[in-house]
Each structure stands twice: as structure tokens, then as C-alpha cells.
Design a protein around this ligand. Structure first.
Ligand code: F6R
Ligand code: ZN
Length: 196
């Protein structure tokens, strides 16, 4: 249990909280198979295996009374025409929700449920997004230069199921079409629940 109230400040312009317990860095090489242009992906990984997002977590307590929380920072950039993004996941306890608050930057949260319904919401400073129970979620940075900084909170014992997304990807991808951002079908996506 976290015994005492505490406050922290998300510093600007870095997006790094002035207190945190855990810092996670995810590099391009941890996203094998997720970007649709495999050649562009391999080339970029070989050129420089960049950190494409970071997470600063507060103390995580595996307890349903607590709120896991922190800040995620997705870097600007693309693999081919597809924007840098997080791995994305369902919660291991599927029936748990998450709340996002965009602090700075521009992007999109792509979501889907096990039945294959999907949704995408634009994020910019001040947007609050409620991700209902059962919906997988992924953050995508659509800005050419700025980082996407998002505060998150979810039930302490929710856990993460990364495997389902690693296996089949999200139903929708976010790509650049000139100056515009487009949501397109993921060619390798297959429904989680195939009809019998
Ligand atoms: C936590 C959550 C987010 C992500 C973060 C990194 O449940 O949804 O805070 O953890 O955006 O993304 P993943 O965890 O998909 O690598
Ligand atoms: Zn989550």
C-alpha cells in the first residue's frame, strides 16, 4: 500500500515527472513486426536503434485498491510512412479501464476490443481520454518534431497482455499521407475471436 499522499510535477518542456520510481526505455528493435514496412524498419534499426518511447512510472503496487500511474513520452519519427508508437496492450485483467490526460504534443490513441470494434481519438494538450474496460490501447505521435506526453492512471493490479498485440497487431495503423494523418487497415491483423 502507498501510505502517504504525495504530489509531483510533470516538468516542462521535458515531460519528466520530478519524482518517479521506474524509468522504461523502448527502442525500435523491441517492435519487430509491428510496423507495416518491414524493410524500412530493418534499415532504421540497423542505422541506429533509437529509443522511440519512454515511460516514467510512479510506484506500482499490484493491488486493486491502488492506481498505477505515470507519464509516457513518445518521440517524433516514422518508420516508412507510419508514425512512432507504443507497443500497445490489453490489460491482463481485461475488465479494467485507464484514464489518459495529454500534457503536450499531438497524436492519436488507437483502441480496439476483443470483438474487433475499434476507435481512435486525437490527443493534444488538455485532452482527457477514457479507455473503457476491455479496450486495448496504443499511443501514436503524429507531430513532426514534438514529443507526445501523456499522463496515465489505471487499476494497480491490471497488468499487461502484450502478446495478443505482438501476434496480430492492431486492426488500424496511423500513417502520414503528405501533410495529413490517415487511419488505414493493418494488412496482417486477424480477429482475436474468429467465428467458429
Ligand atoms: C499502462 C498504459 C500506458 C503504457 C505506455 C507505454 O497500462 O496503458 O501507460 O504503458 O503508454 O505503452 P506500452 O505499455 O504499450 O509499451
Ligand atoms: Zn494500459
Amino acid at each position: 500500500m502507498i501510505e502517504r499522499p504525495f504530489a509531483c510535477i510533470v516538468q516542462k518542456p521535458t515531460g519528466i515527472p520530478d519524482r518517479y520510481d521506474n524509468h522504461i526505455e523502448r527502442r525500435l528493435s523491441s517492435m519487430t513486426g509491428q510496423f507495416r514496412d518491414h524493410q524500412a524498419y530493418e534499415k532504421l534499426v540497423q542505422q541506429s536503434d533509437r529509443v522511440i518511447y519512454e515511460v516514467y512510472e510512479g510506484r506500482r503496487v499490484d493491488d486493486q485498491r491502488e492506481l498505477a500511474h505515470g507519464v509516457s513520452i513518445v518521440k517524433p519519427g516514422k518508420v516508412g510512412d507510419e508514425f512512432f508508437m507504443t507497443k500497445g496492450h490489453f490489460h491482463a485483467v481485461l475488465e479494467t479501464a485507464e484514464l489518459y490526460y495529454c500534457i503536450q504534443g499531438e497524436g492519436m490513441i488507437v483502441m480496439e476490443n476483443p470483438e474487433g470494434d475499434w476507435a481512435a481519438e486525437r490527443m493534444s494538450a488538455g485532452v482527457v481520454l477514457y479507455v473503457p474496460p476491455r479496450w486495448a490501447h496504443r499511443s501514436v505521435n503524429t507531430h513532426p518534431h514534438d514529443e507526445l506526453v501523456v499522463l496515465f492512471a489505471y487499476r494497480g493490479d491490471a497488468g499487461h497482455d502484450y502478446q495478443s498485440i505482438e501476434r496480430r497487431g492492431f486492426r488500424k495503423l496511423v500513417v502520414a499521407a503528405g501533410e495529413r494523418t490517415e487511419i488505414v487497415d493493418n494488412p496482417r491483423w486477424i480477429p482475436l475471436h474468429q467465428p467458429a
